[in-house]
Write a protein that binds this ligand. Structure first.
Ligand SMILES: CC(C)(COP(=O)(O)OP(=O)(O)OC[C@H]1O[C@@H](n2cnc3c(N)ncnc32)[C@H](O)[C@@H]1OP(=O)(O)O)[C@@H](O)C(=O)NCCC(=O)NCCS
Length: 146
């Protein structure tokens, strides 16, 4: 497995995973913005030994804090520890940059992601009611890095 910086050569692979992973998937132009233009974005891809993209992790850094914008693993490659691997990789980068805490919002129905984040040391800080477009609530979670 290898982690690389996202680039436009992989946009169709990313889009495919995005579409099978989220009920509100990003569009191609949103992904292009994240890869090429968003100055806060850190967009990582996880590649397997056959050179195929199995998942990605995009976090935004603003000064001493960072937020998880997207993390997703290809459906056929889930439950193999890949998301945890990406979170660990990202955490190392964040610590090297002196970032002090990492936050996220997650749908209250997304048990697999909530379990992943809890097992990685995140705590639920509060509930954000009707956070998503379909009216679903979000948990706001945080992990201190220092
Ligand atoms: C959430 C997601 C990223 C997890 O990826 P993954 O590579 O399958 O996760 P891992 O194999 O690294 O699992 C790590 C931990 O997460 C939790 N977890 C992952 N999948 C789970 C599931 N289906 N049910 C319960 N817990 C789960 C477990 O605590 C697991 O630890 P364990 O294996 O020791 O029990 C993946 O399911 C996904 O892409 N979902 C769609 C996109 C999404 O919801 N992203 C998060 C919101 S932005």
């Amino acid at each position: 497995m290898v982690v690389i910086k996202a680039d436009l050569n992989y946009i169709d692979d990313i889009l495919k995973i995005e579409n099978e992973s989220f009920i509100d998937p990003l569009k191609k132009e949103d992904l292009i913005y994240e890869i090429n233009d968003n100055p806060f974005s850190n967009f990582l891809l996880l590649k397997n030994d056959e050179n195929k993209i199995v998942g990605y992790y995009n976090f935004w850094i603003t000064f001493d804090s960072a937020t998880i914008y997207r993390i997703a693993i290809k459906k056929s490659e889930r439950n193999k520890g890949f998301a945890r691997f990406l979170l660990q990789y990202g955490e190392k980068m964040l610590k090297e940059k002196g970032v002090e805490f990492l936050t996220l919002e997650v749908r209250t129905s997304n048990t697999s992601a909530i379990n992943l984040y809890k097992s990685f040391g995140f705590q639920i800080i509060t509930l954000k009611e009707h956070y998503y477009e379909n009216g679903e609530d979000a948990y706001y979670m945080m992990k201190g890095l220092i």
